[in-house]
Write a protein that binds this ligand. Structure first.
Ligand code: NOJ
Length: 728
């Protein structure tokens, strides 16, 4: 979008320091449902907060609001802002549009499991379009933090453990959101996913080697894809609060990567520079963040940036305010800051959005196990649908959604009934109360989060009934996992076990002898050691969104073949964490001493794993080299009698050099749809950008002359490989 820079110059020339600081301030605007309680930690007076924000609008001292999604409310607040600002500067409205606004897509980790930039981009374009239609200009997404510790609840918001996949997913999301009309804000720069012990907001200590090689690439990709915003992270990074890091926001982001947009702090992260024991007071907190390069403060309580006039030079205020005004100009807000409420309704109801959501849920499910080809199921006989999550609309959507429509949400039970209810007998029993939540979520304050059990739900009797229903059926489909509020922000866990009596229910169902399919609803790997031995079919459906149940039925009955692949290594037990596929060989890898004596050293399911109803053969791998670029080609055949999609993955290993390099690193992938009996030759190129890495000894990027191993296949354990050497 083009804009007139003259307009921004003119505004800046006429604005007072307080008005400039106002442009740098973003306020939460909470209208909580009646009776809702706020987190005491937010320190908010629910009644007073909207009044205080509206007073700031009246003084012309607010640049942005977040958490408003109703178009008429957005227009009302925008009118207040434009009237209150002596220069008529409109507000930017931001919101957490994480995996959809009204049409809810699978959670981000699920979208990443599609390994499909096309559907990821399409999904976020829908989200962006819906958001912009209601008047939201900017989303606090994508979260591109690498996560290697599934105890950390926010693993669900990212693309998993791998920087190459993470970078591709980040760029696709940025393209999608921004094509939908909203500014994308990759977050939380940087290293937030490496919280100590997986405890949210806890400190992070990462070597330069990990930052440059693993944690930064998705951010860089997001910036290169044109992201207009970046958000800071809450925690200390190597002893310095990330939100006050000049190195991150000025040296790396702007000077090195050429980022041209604006940076926002995470909520209250500037104020909390005092809590960290870093700044002595709010004025110093504001001054240090703004000079580090943080343009806008996201404030829940009193903003630290209100103290900026007098605490920093007007030149600093100008530089930062310019970024915010430029963003508004690029969005066209100086021409028309209001939203068309009728069009908003139409856009939110667009059936094409639901079609995309169903397709996304189909492509993101991962078939973890399918012994004896139990799946796909026939649409005949009797199917028992069991488990507390099978018919829970709220859980089907997953966390980080607020503007959803529960009535249109398709649960697994709904989906199965719609697909096979005319030809098969479908029975249902939850077995376990859905209201059984052991964890009070910070999001409960928004209401609509906790489904209730019917009056008089008798837990013991329901458990027994579920087992009876299973025994009477030809096949049992059991939906288990974590309730959606058990994962996400501030929802870390010290265990990966199925919460409550779910494993017991699964064991009782399997003991009936009825062939059993386990559907896992989750955003992190769970401890499925028992299931992986005793349950013939396991399909990871994540939190699949608005159309989730319909997509799951498509997969269960074989209308579509599963094609998702794990974006993380699935450990056997919490004690193995952290466990990644791209570790180095290190010392005596085959020595028993390097293992746990009480557990295997292998994962339950490897990174990149995911089965299919197709049967893929990989053969005839060739490598050609020219000018330092290796071209690897392989033939992939689908030997099954049905069409199926496969994600072909390429892994690279450098045998020797100026550092020890990982045993394997993902360096290419392609999703193919192969008709029955067909084959396709897939080609990958490995250039300098794939071989280059950040080296701790020379503290720079290096390219080693070395011999390289390469493998191509359907997971990180691919066996078909070859070798090539680079001389210089
Ligand atoms: C805090 C979270 O860390 C961040 O990801 C989110 O965008 C903001 N709150 C706003 O809700």
């Amino acid at each position: 979008m083009t804009y007139e820079s003259g307009k921004v110059d003119e505004l800046l020339a006429g604005m007072s320091p307080a008005e400039k600081a106002g442009q740098l301030t973003q306020y939460f605007y909470f209208r909580l449902p009646p009776g809702a309680e706020t987190e005491p930690a937010l320190g908010l007076d629910v009644a007073e907060q909207p009044r205080a924000v509206e007073a700031a609008l009246g003084r012309g001292e607010a640049g942005s609001l977040l958490f408003v999604t109703d178009p008429s409310e957005i227009n009302r607040l925008q009118r207040l802002a434009v009237a209150g600002n002596p220069h008529g500067v409109p507000l930017l409205f931001g919101f957490d549009v994480i995996h959809g606004l009204r049409t809810i897509f699978p959670v981000p980790i699920a979208m990443a499991a599609s390994w499909d930039p096309e559907i990821i981009e399409r999904g976020q374009a829908v989200a962006g379009r819906e958001a912009r239609a209601v008047g939201i200009h900017w989303t606090f997404a994508p979260m591109v933090d690498i996560a290697r510790d599934p105890r950390w609840g926010r693993i669900i918001e990212g693309a998993g453990e791998d920087p190459f996949l993470g970078a591709a997913v980040a760029a696709a999301q940025v393209r999608g959101f921004q094509s939908g009309g909203v500014i994308a804000g990759p977050k939380h720069f940087g290293g937030y996913g490496a919280a100590l012990g997986g405890r949210d907001y806890d400190e992070v200590n990462l070597s330069d080697h990990e930052l440059w090689n693993t944690y930064f690439p998705p951010f860089r990709a997001a910036v290169e894809a044109g992201a207009g915003n970046v958000m800071t992270a809450y925690m200390d990074l190597n002893g310095i609060p990330a939100t006050a890091s000049h190195w991150l926001f000025t040296e790396v982001l702007r000077e090195l990567w050429g980022f041209d947009g604006f940076v926002v702090s995470d909520a209250n992260a500037v104020r909390n520079l005092v809590t960290h024991g870093y700044a002595r007071d709010l004025a110093e907190a504001g001054a240090r963040a703004v000079t580090a390069g943080v343009d806008m403060e996201m404030a829940i309580g009193d903003p630290a940036y209100a103290h900026l006039p007098g605490a920093v030079s007007e030149e600093v205020l100008d530089t930062r305010a310019r970024k915010v005004l430029e963003a508004k100009a690029r969005l066209g807000l100086f021409d028309d800051p209001y939203v068309d409420e009728d069009r908003a309704r139409e856009t939110l109801a667009d059936p094409a959005h639901r079609v995309a959501a169903r397709e996304a849920a189909r492509r993101s499910a991962v078939l973890l196990r399918n012994e004896g080809g139990l799946l796909p199921l026939a649409k005949s006989g009797s199917v028992a649908v069991l488990g507390p999550l099978a018919d829970s609309r709220r859980d089907t959507l997953g966390p980080w959604v607020f503007d959803f429509d529960l009535d249109e949400t398709v649960t697994v039970l709904d989906g199965i009934r719609d697909a096979a209810g005319n030809t098969a007998t479908i029975t249902y029993a939850p077995g376990i109360p859905v209201g059984q939540r052991t964890f009070p979520s910070m999001f409960d304050m928004f209401g609509r989060n906790a489904p209730a059990d019917p009056e008089g739900f008798d837990a013991e009797a329901e458990f027994a009934r579920a087992v009876e229903v299973a025994a009477a059926a030809d096949v049992a489909v059991v939906v288990l996992g974590e309730w959606q509020n058990m994962i996400g922000e501030a929802a870390s866990r010290s265990s990966l076990e199925l919460p409550g009596r779910q494993l017991e229910l699964l064991q009782a169902v399997v003991a009936t002898g009825t062939p059993t399919v386990l559907l896992v609803m989750n955003g992190r790997p769970l401890d499925l050691r028992w299931a992986a031995e005793h349950v013939p079919a396991i399909l990871d459906i994540w939190y699949p969104g608005t159309q989730g149940g319909a997509a799951v039925a498509d997969l269960l009955f074989g209308d579509v073949s599963p094609s998702g692949k794990l974006p993380f290594t699935w450990p056997r037990t919490v004690g193995q964490i952290p466990m990644i596929y791209s570790h180095t060989v290190s010392h005596e890898p085959d020595n028993q001493a390097r293992r746990y004596w009480d557990e295997e050293s292998t994962p339950l399911f490897p990174f990149g794993h995911g089965l299919s109803y197709g049967r893929f053969a990989y053969r005839d791998l060739t490598i050609e080299q020219a000018d330092g670029v290796a071209t690897v080609a392989v033939e992939v055949a689908n030997e099954a009698e049905r069409e199926a999609a496969e994600v072909v993955q390429l892994y690279l290993h450098q045998r020797h050099g100026t550092a020890s390099r990982p045993v394997r690193e993902l360096k290419g992938f392609q999703r193919l749809v192969l008709p029955a009996g067909s084959s396709h030759r897939v080609e990958f190129t490995i250039g300098e950008e794939h071989r280059r890495y950040w080296n701790a000894a020379v503290r720079d990027w290096v390219l080693d002359a070395a011999t390289f191993d390469v493998w191509v296949g359907g997971s990180s354990t691919a066996e078909l490989g070859g070798t090539f050497s680079i001389d210089k």
